[in-house]
Design a protein around this ligand. Structure first.
Ligand code: CUA
Length: 198
């Protein structure tokens, strides 16, 4: 009976088995070249996308703090309030104006009434933690970070009754954080929900 073979273990003292030290084949060099060129393309895409992709907030972005932003939002509400809906102020700013929307756990204030086809500067900020602004059912998404006042130039293109859904987990009431934007048609009419469904 022969003894059991000693298992081969590799140490750094021996050269590893294989052909890795032989010169690379032409095809390998070509593929490495292609991969490298593609890396450069992707690298160039980052600044290019920032400038041309429309992914980043292209409007105003400045530092603020919760107290100042809350105060500004309250001033905005006082100036243009037209009613309330279940205790939440409904605000109808004139076309072209600066609109202030504040996100906080767990609500968006105020309710906005905007005009279809009119341009606004929509300021968004959070008073506490990160929130996500998404407009349902439209495909609009925006990260709302505390400490920053984002001024987005927006022009509502469709009339209707929209919901702002928070899409960034912000706490126990995250799923209840629903706001409202009413877009009046160009004649200033509020579209009834039944009409909108058509
Ligand atoms: Cu705010 Cu989730």
């Amino acid at each position: 009976m022969s003894p059991a073979p000693i298992p081969q273990t590799h140490t750094g003292l021996d050269s590893p088995a294989g052909v890795w030290w032989t010169p690379a084949h032409r095809a390998e060099k070509l593929w490495v070249g292609i991969a490298f060129a593609w890396c450069l393309v992707l690298f160039a895409m980052m600044p290019l996308w920032h400038l041309k992709g429309g992914q980043n907030p292209s409007g105003i972005r400045r530092r603020t703090d919760a107290t100042a932003y809350y105060k500004r939002t309250q001033e905005f509400i006082k100036q243009y309030q037209v009613g309330t809906d279940r205790g939440m102020p409904v605000v109808e700013p004139p076309p072209g104006s600066d609109v202030y929307l504040a996100g906080m756990t767990f609500q968006w204030t105020p309710i906005l009434r905007l005009r279809q086809g009119a341009e606004y500067t929509l300021h968004i900020s959070s008073l506490d933690v990160n929130h996500g602004f998404s407009l349902f059912p439209v495909n609009v998404n925006f990260q709302v970070v505390p400490g920053y006042d984002y001024g987005l130039r927006v022009t509502p293109t469709a009339a209707g009754d929209f919901r702002i859904i928070c899409n960034e987990f912000c706490g126990i009431g995250h799923h209840t954080m629903v706001g409202r934007v009413i877009v009046l048609d160009s004649a200033g009419r509020e579209i009834a929900r039944s009409e909108e469904a058509r």
